[in-house]
Ligand binder design. Structure first.
Ligand SMILES: Cc1cc2nc3c(=O)[nH]c(=O)nc-3n(C[C@H](O)[C@H](O)[C@H](O)COP(=O)(O)O)c2cc1C
Length: 159
């Protein structure tokens, strides 16, 4: 399969998760491409609501060429990353016929809500959405947690 991974990462945790997924899928013979969304402007963290969100995404990838797409980002203020949500709402057109899986990293809570938010947008784009994955990063990933999550991602994709 040709698989596109699109992430937003601020401190690199989601990138580590994405790279581990890519390495496993590549070892299984799939072709994988990771795009980290780059932004310009002020992104509200959601924690201080008074901060206005006024940013644009500089490199929104077109997902047309992929058989499956993975969308990943951090949980911010118990919600999905605003960068990921903006990308899905404004830049992603139809995902009909493509498998889609969301993944998030977080310090503590809000992962289920964040996954739901991303999945709703993926469904609105007509993707064949499979169950997402959330992974805690508290100073580090727990021993074995990253590998187990990567394994589940591959299973859910049928890869
Ligand atoms: C602005 C901000 C808000 C956050 N809000 C939450 C939260 O609500 N729940 C949570 O579990 N972690 C929260 N975190 C922690 C991040 O989700 C976590 O560190 C994540 O792994 C960061 O991913 P990244 O390194 O890819 O940016 C927050 C971090 C930041 C910077």
């Amino acid at each position: 399969m040709k698989i596109g991974i699109v992430i937003h990462t601020n401190t690199g945790h989601t990138l580590k998760f994405a790279q581990a997924i890519r390495d496993k899928l590549t070892a299984k013979g799939h072709e994988v491409d990771i795009t980290g969304l780059r932004t310009q402007g002020v992104i509200s963290s959601g924690i201080i609501p008074i901060v206005r969100t006024n940013f644009s995404i500089k490199n929104p990838p077109d997902l047309g060429e992929f058989d499956a797409v993975l969308i990943g980002g951090p949980v911010w203020a118990f919600k999905a990353s605003p960068v990921i949500m903006r990308y899905l709402v404004e830049d992603v057109r139809t995902l009909k016929g493509k498998k889609a899986l969301a993944f998030v990293t977080m310090g503590g809570g809000g992962g289920d809500r964040a996954l739901r938010m991303i999945n709703e947008e993926l469904e609105a784009s007509a993707a064949d959405v499979v169950e997402g994955e959330k992974l805690k990063y508290f100073f580090k990933f727990k021993a074995g947690a990253l590998e187990a999550a990567v394994e589940r991602v591959c299973e859910k994709l049928g890869a």
